[in-house]
Design a binder for this molecule. Sequence first.
Ligand SMILES: [Zn+2]
Ligand SMILES: [Zn+2]
Ligand SMILES: [Zn+2]
Length: 473
Amino acid sequence: MKHVAQHKDNTQSILEYGDYTFLYLSNLSLVQIEEVQFHSAVIIESKNLDYVRLLVSSIRSSQSPDIYLKPIVLLKREPVDIPVIDELADGSIRNLDELKTVAQITERISNRVHDLTFTNSISFEAEMITKLISLLYTKEQKTIDPVPYVYSNINYYYPLLSVNFNRTEEHSALSVLQIAEDEGILRSEYYDRVYLCSSCSSAHLSYREVCPKCSSSNTTPDDIIHHFPCGYVGPMKDYKNQIDDKLDCPKCNKRLRHIGVDYDKPSVIYECNHCAHKFQDYYVNAKCLSCASDKAVDQLKSIEIRSYRLTKKGELAAVKGFVTTTKDIDETVGTIKYDTFKTMLKYEIERLKQSQGESNLCAINISNSSQVYSKLGSELQKSLLKDLVSVIRSNIRSSDVIAFESSSTIVVSMNDLPQRIAKKITVEMVHILEDLIKAGFEDLDVIFETRIVQLDHSKTHEAHLKELLADLS
Ligand SMILES: [Zn+2]
Ligand SMILES: [Zn+2]
Ligand SMILES: [Zn+2]
């Protein structure tokens, strides 16, 4: 079954195939990107490449998963490779009779999209990582390789990620990849090196030999000639005469005959046409074509370009939803890093071997965190976490510490307290937290789960944490 509804300018139409509708866009049709979400896939005719680039980039750089995950199929009447765009798209067809292929691509991708959990990420970096791993997951792709790309401001483009950045911000994609690697979501290996402008991080540089005194590139080279019979050494212009193109020695007046026999050219001398300085070793400067700064090459930023692979943890993060990076939660006031928490726990267990005290470990978990975070924007998420921490802080002793184990689990030390008191405090804290959420966040249902583990000095700190966090999501 095929039905074609033509738009009045003939450049845009809706094609139907089975239960699917495809938005077909051909040469320079005007389209609101939001319209994409109402169709099963987009078919774009690749005639005007600038137009295709703009369209594909707008879809993939959207903030909304309903748009950026939409299958894109290119209609290529001629078989051509379109760097970067081919990678951003999901496949291609030769003519509109191949809607069955489009339907197959659409079905495959939408099945994968159903596996994903969407949560609002807490920071820009976490949001970029979410988008990247979601796209990799739906495209069943595990590698992110840099593509040399003439439209890239840093010369290499990571299509699924770099598409989110303005030209001048494109280098920020590299820090996102670094964060994803630090989080264990990606691993990488060396690919190449680029040199970026130290002022604006552009790789579009023009390299020139310049005068070491005034940095002018307006210099003239001249061969140095060594006349063997008399030993004179000087620039070639000293040997030239007014009459013919032969060379005569200015010291002994003999005519020069054969290079290598009676004379040699051991080196080159440069003369600056701007300041008249003469020199043998020029400097190399790089002029930035983006911001026009002109600096010695040793001042450029030398940056490694790496190729990346999604780890098992990364695949799971796509399915479960990725909310924060460790960096985000480390910045929550009143908490310490989880690693530091672990170290302090280790010392507390050591201390308990000497003393007879009773100490506890407490975990407060938001069991519906995906739902909660997807209802809140990233600013609200941060303020929610801040509120949680300040309530906990005011209910524990100043010597106790708080850390985020993940974006949904807070761990708290409760040292030198009987377990029943620690339990009582925890129950009270959760009541206060529930009241606080009722008062501050409308229609937000947050489900808390708590665990308390009493420290046992015969067990390691890892064993305690394992017991504490078991079956908490
Ligand atoms: Zn000069
Ligand atoms: Zn001579
Ligand atoms: Zn620059």
